[in-house]
Write a protein of this length. Structure first.
Length: 312
């Protein structure tokens, strides 16, 4: 993160695009206009609620993308009862090079989506980060930033580097703004997500359990296990053929690499798994016990034959 602080998004994105286009690992990547990737300025974003603020990216503060901050009128807090910030990671329907697509979905979440409904019910502030997932440029679609895949920890000198840590910087930034308005804000957050954002919430809690007061997530087929290796609690179907496998960075035979487990978290992120903090973090993980994918389908996308309220 420190290498990118103070560098303009436009300069960084152009540099990243040029590097990828010249890389033999990726091949030829279409160059997309830097303007297409640039988040808009605050005066270009209109929100429907005076309690919602669009906060521009601030590389000096450690985050390269904007966020929406909703502060309920009913918000009350005190030194004896500090209020947590509720984080609703942004979903998008697919990888898109046009940044405005990701911004619109994040704005919808803040104005009237599931995260907004939860924040209103709890009477606490809502922070929705606007992290993108690109299709072709400046990085390819398989760098799945919004579910914190291992690739996202290996991106050097990019605005997309360590979006989990960028979120922590956004939280600190929002906490300072709310405290300037007279509120007392807790150090730990609530985080919730469904589908793509559910995977983000699960993995963010694995990465930073000491910063999470409570987490809930569902609509995902796989959860990252708080385990470093296979044991009797982990079912194995068939012979893993260990001698034919190549092991991810920092793992050996029968160890569970991230995002299946946590064996190589330190090799990927520089920090080992905080097992005690994770087990002390209240979490609600859900998916319908009777729900099964239909033939030829994958994951919870097979629930498309159900009404939205049943899927939720």
């Amino acid at each position: 993160m420190t290498d990118m602080q103070g560098v303009s998004r436009r300069t960084a994105l152009r540099a990243t695009t040029a590097a990828i286009v010249g890389s033999g690992l990726v091949g030829t990547v279409p160059i997309t206009s830097a303007d297409q990737h640039d988040p808009p300025a605050a005066d270009e974003v209109t929100v429907s609620d005076e309690n919602i603020e669009y906060v521009e990216e601030d590389p000096d503060a450690g985050f390269h993308y904007p966020y929406f901050l909703y502060t309920p009128s009913s918000l009350t807090s005190s030194d004896d009862s500090p209020t947590p910030i509720f984080v609703g990671p942004n979903n998008s329907p697919s990888a898109e090079d046009d940044y405005s697509t990701h911004l619109e979905f994040a704005k919808d979440s803040a104005e009237g989506g599931r995260p907004r409904a939860i924040a209103e019910r709890l009477g606490i502030p809502l922070l929705v980060p606007v992290f993108p997932r690109y299709r072709e440029s400046p990085v390819r679609w398989y760098v799945y930033t919004k579910v914190l895949d291992p690739d996202t920890f290996m991106m050097a000198d990019s605005p997309l580097q360590r979006v989990d840590e960028q979120l922590l910087k956004m939280v600190e930034h929002a906490k300072s703004r709310l405290e300037d308005d007279g509120h007392t804000i807790a150090d730990k957050i609530h985080i919730d997500g469904f589908s793509e954002s559910g995977t983000f919430a699960n993995r963010f809690t694995i990465l930073h359990p000491e910063r999470v007061n409570a987490a809930s997530h569902g609509g995902t087929a796989v959860k990252t296990l708080p385990k470093t290796e296979l044991d009797e609690d982990v079912p194995v179907v068939g012979d893993p053929n260990w001698d034919q496998m190549s092991y991810p960075l920092g793992t050996e035979e029968e160890e569970l690499p991230y995002p299946i487990g946590v064996a190589n978290l330190e090799a990927l992120t520089g920090r080992s798994f905080n097992r005690e903090a994770w087990f002390n973090t209240p979490q609600y993980m859900y998916i319908g016990g009777e729900d099964r994918p239909e033939p030829g389908s994958r994951g919870h996308r097979s629930f498309s034959n159900l009404p939205p309220e049943d899927v939720q």
